[in-house]
Write a protein of this length. Structure first.
Length: 263
């Protein structure tokens, strides 16, 4: 029988533990020590609704699960569980198309689906599996664009009482129209490689704020990223540092109108 246990990020998996797996929404991950090696397997189920909690499991894995070896216990005495962003930029749609008059700014919140990672005590990643696999989309022009992931969940306007579940990282985005023209957009490209992951006192996951500043041609924007967690996030703990240095500003595509080629 599966039993729910208290979970916290940076949870350490050790040989001989009663806990043999965890489940978040439709993804279940199990581990064993066999012949001195760590072996891990995952199982995905389609659920109509997202779960409201992360469950640690003390039951054995199903018989039909596929296993793979990660490392020897002698070299890796424990494994640490951490969240991760997708490995490409993520394109999201607001609840409705936006128009910003000159000088106007708007704040929106994006719930990006996370991946589960298992790391060695020294921080080497041995396992990564997305909780909600994302589809592909093309962002930009046909000749000057990039392959990204597409999100089905819409960005939200209000930051309070967000109902994003534990399988998502809340990413605040501030968009400012600093041009002399009206700005319209339907899609936002979120550069997750510059984002840190923080855990607040209620175990919700947050990212540092992204700022999108449009000063002229809306095909290009100036991006900047806060160096810390948002001030309204209480008791933040840094879990994961961004993959790329977020200091300074970047001239890059961030907003556009219309659908992507794969959406």
């Amino acid at each position: 029988m599966n039993t729910a246990h208290t979970f916290h990020w940076q949870y350490h998996i050790e040989p001989g533990s009663k806990i043999q797996g965890f489940r978040l929404d439709g993804l279940s991950v199990y581990w064993q020590v066999k012949e001195g090696d760590w072996i891990v397997g995952s199982l995905r189920q389609n659920l109509e609704e997202e779960s409201s909690k992360f469950e640690l499991l003390d039951s054995e894995a199903p018989e039909n699960i596929s296993w793979r070896r990660l490392a020897s216990v002698e070299d890796v005495p424990s494994l640490k569980v951490l969240p991760a962003f997708p490995n490409r930029a993520v394109v999201v749609r607001p609840e409705f198309p936006y128009t910003l008059i000159p000088g106007e700014r708007v704040n929106i919140f994006v719930g990006v689906p996370l991946s589960i990672t298992l790391l060695t005590p020294k921080g080497l990643k041995l396992f990564e599996e997305p909780v909600h696999p994302l589809s592909n989309t093309w962002f930009g022009s046909p000749t000057d664009g990039e392959l990204c992931y597409a999100m089905r969940t819409l960005a939200r306007r209000e930051g309070e009482n967000l109902d994003f579940g534990p399988a998502r990282i809340i990413c605040p985005v501030r968009i400012r129209n600093q041009s002399k023209e009206t700005l319209s957009f339907e899609r936002l490209c979120l550069r997750v490689q510059f984002l840190n992951i923080y855990e607040n006192g209620n175990h919700r996951l947050w990212a540092n704020e992204s700022s999108v500043m449009v000063r002229g041609d809306e095909s290009w924007s100036r991006l900047a990223f806060a160096s810390k967690a948002p001030t309204y996030v209480k008791d933040p703990t840094l879990l994961v540092q961004g993959k790329e240095d977020a200091r300074g500003t970047f001239l890059i595509r961030a907003l556009n109108e219309g659908k992507g080629f794969f959406q």
